[in-house]
Design a protein around this ligand. Structure first.
Ligand SMILES: Nc1nc2c(ncn2[C@@H]2O[C@H](COP(=O)(O)OP(=O)(O)OP(=O)(O)O)[C@@H](O)[C@H]2O)c(=O)[nH]1
Ligand SMILES: [Mg+2]
Length: 660
């Protein structure tokens, strides 16, 4: 089934802040590589990867879309990711299965907040990256400034391998010492400008500084051969010691071919990345193992997207979901190109495919050959911070609504659904206002249910400000039959971690399994705090002592005692309500700065930074999430439509008295 070897495969993502040009770059890559016959535009709603109706209408990417193309004998599997912060969980899931990434920068704005966030996410997943400074056709675009912001804000060494031509329609490639122009999207070679040698030399010096072999050659010969330079750039990319920087304009079709060359030359193949599991090499002859990173409830059935890490899988195979112990049958294996699929007989290590027939395995599940089970590490899931109550507009639709909600959560585990015990309402929670708006629209579009939506609410937390010591709780029920007996004595103190538990019990007065049960009971108690029933965080519990009964003690009794003891202790401690806050970056014309600052202050915002450049002011502030609902509309009116803003989560801070 595989004629191409693994070292001729690249699994890469396109990452960046909203609007940097990821989808446009992807669209151009597909067109230049001959995978499409005409090129679409985001503003026309005609791109390959923004195929969802909501994406086309809103002009933004919401769902990560997989596409592939062939370039220079290599198969390139690409995932175009969303840039809006509300969909960062979707990016996280994609990052988990990628071997490399192209990070797109806006040539005018440089490093933007969400780019910084995905950069850190990619660091955590150790994903090698190259940078593409896009939009160089725009007025005010400045490669040097963008490279400077990559160096200072991302803390990495940029290795600039291309410079724009003064004619404004091409680049000079410092590695091959060739220059190209694009006229009507067609690439043509042109003369190398004077001065390129000086930049080549600067590149050689920067590379030699980071790379031993290059340094030896540089010292011995006073220069680097092209091949040495290329090999060193590849090493520095895969080890993440430096970042290759290319430039161009996706929209004007300028710089796309060299970008593809760089993907092939510098980004790793599935063989170059460390095996995800020590005993399981990334080869087709090992037992099968793959990770589910996306689930899509397509009209034709559930598509389970899998990155195959080792071995092979064929149509009709039975696979084990290691987490649940359930086996499932793979009906079909699909190669996915955005919203179109083609059937495959099988897939092998390094491939990204969608399975049909797998009904239960969720995002993050490991699927593997039943006789060689293993667990692959899943991506972490972000915690929902905004909620709305939802109800079916037509009473008869209630059942249909629960089915549709279950499907939403299956596709997107950063959404959650619960029913409010006090009001009986169904509450949908997610990562932001837009995240929930898109989810509700999806209920209508694909679930066929129109819903009434309540006002958005933020999720509060409670935390211990000062604790109490020596809280004794006696859980005793000995009135005939199997009794329950557990005494526990605990101390409660504030903690920097969400929850810490230590046992100071001496002389085995409480057996180990009961200590564990007390800990579990404490976790139960953290679900609802005494102030407003919000989850409790930042607690350190010490089990000081306890007492058992020879017959009537049990794990259950100790768990119950642990829960009730902590509940009582929290009731006696001093707690505070925490509210989620966001870092907000507003970009607006400087004649509106007064209005912008005044409005931020009215929203309890704390300004942390403010800079002005060329008539534009960029204000960064920390603002409670609860105050940000409807901010988009307000900013538009305060700046006559000229202001924009982005947000990203900035944790929790103490809420004013009376909230929550
Ligand atoms: N002038 C100019 N505009 C561009 C360029 N690349 C993209 N754009 C425009 O910028 C806007 C956003 O482009 P997208 O490709 O949707 O950006 P994105 O990064 O995919 O955005 P999200 O997916 O929503 O995060 C569109 O209007 C594009 O036409 C470019 O090189 N030059
Ligand atoms: Mg996009």
């Amino acid at each position: 089934m595989h004629t191409r070897s693994l070292d001729q495969t690249r699994n890469i993502g396109i990452l960046a802040h909203v609007d940097a040009g990821k989808t446009t770059t992807t669209e151009r890559i597909l067109f230049r590589a001959g995978a499409t016959y005409k090129q679409g535009e985001v503003h026309d709603g005609t791109t390959v990867t923004d195929f969802d109706a909501q994406e086309r209408k809103r002009g933004i990417t919401i769902f990560a879309a997989a596409v592939s193309c062939t370039w220079d004998g290599h198969r390139i599997n690409l995932i175009d990711t969303p840039g809006h912060v509300d969909f960062s969980a979707e990016v996280e899931r994609a990052l988990r299965v990628l071997d490399g990434a192209v990070v797109v920068f806006d040539g005018v704005a440089g490093v933007e907040p969400q780019t910084e966030s995905v950069w850190r996410q990619a660091d955590l997943h150790r994903v090698p990256r190259i940078a593409f400074v896009n939009k160089l056709d725009r007025a005010g675009a400045d490669l040097d400034a963008a490279v400077g912001s990559i160096r200072t804000r991302l803390g990495v060494t940029p290795l600039v391998v291309q410079l724009p031509l003064a004619t404004g329609d091409g680049v000079v490639d410092l590695v091959t010492r060739r220059a190209f122009r694009w006229v009507d999207g067609v690439m043509a070679e042109t003369g190398v400008p004077a001065g390129a040698d000086r930049h080549r030399r600067a590149l050689e010096e920067a590379v030699a500084d980071l790379h031993d072999t290059a340094m030896e050659e540089f010292v011995a010969d006073g220069a680097l051969k092209d091949a040495t330079l290329r090999d060193a750039l590849r090493d520095l990319t895969t080890t993440r010691a430096g970042v290759v920087v290319l430039c161009g304009s996706a929209y004007k079709n300028w710089g796309v071919e060299p970008l593809l060359d760089a993907v092939v030359a510098y980004l790793p193949s599935p063989l170059d990345v460390p095996p995800v599991h020590p005993e399981r090499p990334a080869t087709p002859d090992a037992p099968f193992a793959g990770l589910v990173f996306k689930v899509h409830a397509a009209p034709t059935g559930r598509l389970t997207y899998v990155r195959v890490y080792s071995g092979q899988i064929t149509k009709g195979a039975t696979v084990l979901d290691t987490g649940t112990g359930r086996t499932e049958r793979v009906g079909r294996i699909l190669h996915v190109q955005a919203d179109r699929h083609t059937d495959l007989d099988g897939a092998a290590a390094g491939d990204i495919v969608a399975l049909v027939g797998v009904k239960h395995a969720g995002v993050g599940a490991t699927l593997c050959s039943p006789d060689a089970p293993l667990v692959l590490e899943a991506a972490s899931t972000a915690e929902p911070v905004v909620s709305v109550a939802v109800e079916a507009r037509v009473a008869g639709d209630t059942d249909r609504l629960s089915v549709a909600l279950a499907r939403l959560v299956d596709e997107d585990p950063s959404l959650s659904v619960r029913s409010d015990p006090e009001t009986g309402q169904t509450v949908l929670s997610g990562l932001g206002e837009l995240h929930l708006e898109v989810a509700v629209e999806k209920l209508r579009q694909t679930g066929g249910v129109t819903v009434n939506v309540g006002r958005p609410q933020v999720s509060y937390r409670e935390t211990v400000v000062s604790g109490v010591g020596g809280v004794l709780f006696r859980h005793v029920k000995q009135d005939g039959g199997a009794g329950q007996y557990a005494h526990v004595l605990i101390d409660v103190a504030p903690s920097d971690e969400p929850f810490a538990f230590t046992s100071a019990v001496v002389g085995g007065r409480v057996p180990k399994e009961y200590v564990k049960a007390v800990e579990a009971g404490c976790r139960d108690a953290l679900l609802e705090g005494p102030l407003g029933g919000h989850p409790v965080t930042g607690v350190h519990v010490t089990l000081v002592d306890g007492q058992t009964h020879p017959k009537d003690s049990s794990e259950l009794a100790f768990r119950t005692a642990g829960r009730l003891a902590l509940r009582q202790a929290l009731g006696q401690s001093t707690l505070a309500v925490l509210e989620p806050v966001a870092e907000v970056t507003v970009t607006a014309p400087d004649d509106t700065v007064g209005a912008v600052l005044g409005d931020l202050a009215a929203r309890r915002g704390r300004v942390t930074d403010s800079t002005t450049r060329a008539g534009t002011v960029v204000v960064t502030a920390t603002v409670p999430l609860a105050e940000l609902f409807g901010y988009a509309t307000r900013l538009r009116s305060r700046t006559q439509g000229r202001g924009t803003f982005t947000t990203r989560p900035a944790g929790y801070q103490q809420a004013p008295d009376g909230t929550g």
